[in-house]
Every structure is written in structure tokens, then in C-alpha cells.
Design a protein around this ligand. Structure first.
Ligand code: SF4
Length: 325
């Protein structure tokens, strides 16, 4: 019996036809406990968004699909569900909020009507009861004067308020897991902190488990319990936040940490030299080797596997110091 709520095991997503298939993410494994906040970090193109979209089968392109691996939610295998069966998981058990709430809200429908409609679709309240519950949800996510704002349209809300509404819409389905894909990227720093605080409050009050997808390690440091670091479609390091941030075992993680503005002592902000590889030009061996300061011959031919560094801490680097078996 496991205490994990969500378990992703060796998940691989491919795109294209069977004869001309491209692997987008490969052999991804991680898990999430009830009430845990897990950060998935990496640069653009690392596969973090595809990984999370795979959990609700909302892929960025129509030709993407789960090629192999397992996703279990509360012990139930999700990859074998057909589309009709999976409809009861998407939204209802696993909710998602996105970077740009404006493009996910109906511009010609009031905020209250959208929320009430979602409640009626996913839960039992109808009519007045649904509208009252919608006002309650607006209150819970910190919309001031919800009775008045209920009738407003999305364009009458600020970016931060629209993200709060997106969170309320996700909560209307009463999910156990919430995936937040770069939820604060488009917001200024003060509003960003408020939205992150709201997510943590919801974790505390509802026991919500959260997967926070971000390119910003600083946000993970403030918010998360554990971290998955992705590079070029693979997990390169995973573990408890404090352990990974204080003792990174993968050179890519170490570089991400060194590039955080709070850690920079020089007047010039450092960066990670080079670019992440294109899908069509994945390097052999360790995919990070063209950008790694420590690369040696073995790195160019042999793929490093994830190996235990300490309890719950794993890294995929030939130089990572393994714990004793
Ligand atoms: Fe660098 Fe080699 Fe480790 Fe890859 S396996 S991160 S190239 S040292």
C-alpha cells in the first residue's frame, strides 16, 4: 500500500505517426502525496508542460499521445481509460490552471454565470444554489465584494483577478490534484506572491495536492515541498526541495540555482551557455553534455540513469555521488 496520491511511472509521450514517431518526453517518473506541492522546473522545451498536459490528456498538439508508462491516481490506472471514462477524471479529479487566464475565460459570459455553469456541470447544485456556491467560491479565492463582481465580465477583471477566477473554476470541479502551469508568469511580483499564497492556503484548507510548473526556481524555493528538474524531455534530478536546492547533484540544477537573482553576487546576471537541443537534434548520451562544464567522454555516448543520491533524492549524472546500496 502506498501513501502516494498520484504516481507517474516511466511515462513516455510521442508525436507523429507510428512510422515517423518523435519522442517528446521520455521515461518520466515522480509521485505526489495528498497536500504536497511539487514543483516541475526547467527551461522552455524541457517537456514540463507536456508532462503535465499528459496527466489530463490535453496535449499541445493533436498528434501527441502517451506511448508507454503508467499514471495512477489513488491507485486507479488512468492510461487505460477510454475517452468517455477519462472525462470523469479531467477537471473533476485533476484540475488545471494556465498561464493566460484571459484565453480560457468566455469573454461574453459573466464570471458568475461561468462559475455557476461549471458547478452545474460537475456537481449537483442547480439554479440559485449554484449561483450562491459560485459567490462562495469567488469569496474563497479572494475576489473582493463577490456579490457585486459576480455579474462582471472577464475584461473588467485585472490579470491577477482573472487568475483567481481560473482557480475558482478549477475548484468548482472539486479536484484532488491541481496542476498550475506557469500560473504567475504574466503577473507582476506582488500579484504573483498573492496567487502563490492563495494556492498554499487552498492546499491547507482543502488538502489539495498541487503540481506547480514553472521556469522559475525562486518560486519553487518559496512554495514547494519537492522538485522535479527536467531537461530535454527527461527528468535529470528529483527530490525534497531543501535537499535539491542545498545540495544539487546534477550540473543543470546547480546552474539553474546559480542563475537565480538572489544568488548572484556579480553585477552581471549569469546564464547557462548554449541552448536546449531541438527535438530533431537530441545529443547522444547525456542530453546536457554540450552545455555541461564537467562533460567527459562517457557523457557523449552513455545515457546517465536516475540513481539514488540519498533518501528520495535521485539524479541522472555520471558524476553524481551515489548512496551506498
Ligand atoms: Fe555533465 Fe556528464 Fe553529468 Fe551529463 S552526465 S550532467 S554531461 S557530467
Amino acid at each position: 500500500m502506498t501513501d502516494q496520491l498520484l504516481e507517474i511511472d516511466s511515462l513516455t509521450v510521442a508525436a507523429g505517426t507510428k512510422d515517423n514517431e518523435t519522442t517528446i518526453i521520455e521515461d518520466i517518473s515522480f509521485s505526489l502525496k495528498t497536500g504536497e506541492v511539487l514543483g516541475v522546473v526547467g527551461e522552455s522545451g524541457s517537456g514540463k508542460t507536456v508532462t503535465c498536459r499528459a496527466l489530463i490528456r490535453l496535449f499541445p498538439t493533436r498528434d501527441m499521445r502517451i506511448a508507454s508508462g503508467s499514471i495512477r491516481l489513488a491507485g486507479e490506472e488512468l492510461t487505460t481509460l477510454d475517452e468517455r471514462e477519462f472525462a470523469s477524471v479531467r477537471g473533476s479529479k485533476i484540475g488545471m490552471i494556465f498561464q493566460n487566464p484571459a484565453s480560457h475565460l468566455d469573454p461574453v459570459m459573466s464570471i458568475g454565470a461561468q462559475l455557476a455553469e461549471s458547478l452545474e456541470h460537475h456537481q449537483t447544485p442547480r439554479g440559485k444554489e449554484a449561483r450562491n456556491e459560485a459567490r462562495n467560491l469567488l469569496r474563497q479565492v479572494g475576489i473582493p465584494d463577490p456579490d457585486y463582481r459576480f455579474k462582471d465580465y472577464p475584461h473588467q477583471f485585472s490579470g491577477g483577478m482573472r487568475q483567481r477566477v481560473m482557480i475558482a473554476l478549477a475548484l468548482a470541479c472539486n479536484p484532488t490534484v491541481l496542476i498550475a502551469d506557469e500560473p504567475t508568469t504574466a503577473l507582476d511580483v506582488t500579484v504573483q506572491a498573492q496567487i502563490l499564497r492563495l494556492l498554499l492556503d487552498l492546499r491547507d484548507t482543502r488538502g489539495l495536492s498541487i503540481i506547480l510548473v514553472t521556469h522559475d526556481l525562486g518560486i519553487v524555493a518559496q512554495t514547494c515541498d519537492s522538485i522535479v528538474v527536467m531537461y530535454a524531455g527527461r527528468v535529470c534530478e528529483r527530490g525534497p526541495k531543501r535537499t535539491v536546492i542545498s545540495s544539487p547533484s546534477h550540473p543543470y540544477t546547480a546552474k539553474l540555482i546559480a542563475c537565480q537573482p538572489a544568488n548572484v553576487v556579480a553585477s552581471v546576471l549569469p546564464n547557462i551557455s548554449g541552448q536546449p537541443p531541438y527535438q530533431s537534434e537530441m545529443p547522444k548520451g547525456c542530453r546536457f553534455h554540450p552545455r555541461c562544464d564537467f562533460a567527459f567522454d562517457r557523457c557523449r555516448t552513455e545515457i546517465p540513469v536516475l540513481a539514488a543520491i540519498s533518501e528520495r533524492h535521485v539524479a541522472a549524472c555520471h558524476l553524481a555521488k551515489r548512496s551506498n546500496p
